[in-house]
Design a binder for this molecule. Structure first.
Ligand code: AMP
Ligand code: GLY
Length: 424
């Protein structure tokens, strides 16, 4: 038995907690800070994911053996290195990459150099700072739009601008370099625009061996038919019907294998999840981004399809023996439809009472922005909960997710009714 600490507070972390609670290897389970859903499976700790001193103290006190990291922030801040470099903490396994390896998510220019070095297909790109802004302007002048401008660093998911108009692109480039996203946009990456359909591939590694997890697709825009503002994710499906065996093989050969080779070749210390955001252009896969964690809401459809014991997988990673296990995947479709607060991703209200959760009979509600208060479950964020369901077809799974989404009640509830619309 091992004692686990999950870091994070979203639907992804509720899913991890739900899965670990079913593990034959999970002793005590803690979540920091967690949410109303994680509290059903373990004990929430009131500690933020970036407070390493407090996390370290809690881990000693609670005899934690393994930390499973949800979001990128603690990884990018170096939680792996923090635990590993302290005598009193280095017996605890942090499942996640080192700070140096987390640059794969934290820096677009680092990632583009990595992709180029290992010959992994991606968009052509230019790195621009105030010093060479003239090159950026010249690129925009010489090429037709749309223009893809990315803040080099992390900008809370908001640092990518896709602009059609030439003049607007030039002034946006200037604004970004002048600090629109703070330090994160002191360097801007201009990328060739790729027109295609996106999907997400997940790899689990112990630093040497690696396994491919179920492939998924998420829906980021607030409005139906992928319109309106970007969100933290309005829904997800797995499997993805257009990713057939031939495409999967291509992704393995051209993307996954060279990525894993590159990580080793550069000596990057990496255990845990690698999330590869891909776009299919004329049936060829190109990398859009790496994330050094699982996706949200993809986790809510990927983890339920894995029949493996998540506790055992974590222990195999700790022991460097991931090769001992096979990933066992449920062939059925799993879908997630996110219920969000009215107004999200702009201004919205919290504290609305969530009703009828106890009436769900077929499906799982993975909670994100929720909080238990005096025995009532209240909304506590923009994305409230992911309604997940299985089906033998995409339509069947979606129909069940929709039914469950209708059944839950809170003031201002909104959800997209077209998740999976481009896949049938
Ligand atoms: P990122 O933060 O890199 O994931 O970018 C956010 C979103 O912008 C992606 O999910 C894509 O929808 C879009 N995007 C990023 N890079 C490109 C590109 N080179 N061409 C087209 N769309 C892109
Ligand atoms: N679903 C996209 C992400 O987790 O970044």
């Amino acid at each position: 038995m091992q004692n686990f600490l999950i870091l994070g507070s979203g639907g992804r972390e509720h899913t991890f907690a739900w899965k670990l609670a079913q593990s034959a290897h999970c002793g005590n389970l803690f979540i920091a800070p967690g949410n109303g859903g994680t509290a059903q499976h373990g004990t929430n700790l009131d500690i933020t994911v970036s407070d390493f001193n407090a996390l370290g103290k809690a881990c000693i006190e609670l005899n934690i053996d393994i930390i499973l990291v949800g979001p990128e922030l603690p990884l990018v801040l170096g939680i792996y290195d923090y635990f590993n470099s302290r005598d009193e903490l280095n017996h605890i396994t942090v499942i996640g990459p080192s700070k140096a390896a987390a640059e794969l998510e934290a820096s677009k220019s680092f990632t583009n150099a990595f992709l180029e070095e290992y010959n992994i297909p991606t968009a052509a790109s230019l790195n621009i700072t105030k010093e060479n802004i003239i090159e950026g302007i010249a690129y925009i002048e010489a090429n037709p739009g749309p223009y893809v401008l990315k803040a080099d660093g992390l900008a809370a998911g908001k640092g990518v601008l896709i602009i059609k108009d030439k003049e607007e692109a030039k002034s946006s480039l200037q604004e970004m370099l002048e600090g629109q996203f703070g330090e994160a946009s002191s360097k801007v990456v201009i990328e060739e625009f790729m027109d295609g359909i996106e999907f997400s591939v997940f790899v689990l590694t112990d630093g040497s061996a690696y396994k491919i997890l179920p492939i998924a697709k998420d829906y980021k825009r607030i409005g139906e038919s992928d319109t309106g503002l970007n969100t933290g994710g309005m829904g997800a499906v797995s499997p993805v019907s257009f990713v057939d065996e031939a495409l999967r093989k291509k992704v393995m050969e051209r993307v996954v294998t060279p990525t894993m080779h590159g990580i080793k070749d550069r000596g990057l210390v990496y255990s845990g999840f690698i999330f590869i955001g891909l776009i299919l252009v004329k049936n060829e896969p190109y990398v859009i981004e790496y994330n050094v964690r699982m996706g949200d809401p993809e986790t809510e459809v990927v983890i339920p399809r894995m029949k493996n014991d998540l506790g055992e997988l974590c222990i195999k990673i700790k022991e460097g023996k991931l090769n001992d296990v096979e990933i066992d995947i449920d062939p059925r479709y799993c879908t997630a439809v996110f219920l969000v607060s009215g107004g999200y991703p702009e201004k919205y209200e919290k504290g609305k009472t969530i009703r009828h959760l106890d009436t769900l009979t077929d499906g799982i509600a993975f909670q994100a922005g929720t909080k238990s208060e005096n025995g009532l479950l209240k909304t506590n964020g923009g994305r409230v909960m992911a309604m997940c369901a299985f089906g033998n077809s995409l339509d069947e799974a979606i129909a069940q997710s929709m039914k469950n989404a209708e059944q839950i009640n809170f003031e201002g509830k909104y959800f997209r009714k077209d998740i999976g619309f481009d896949l049938s």
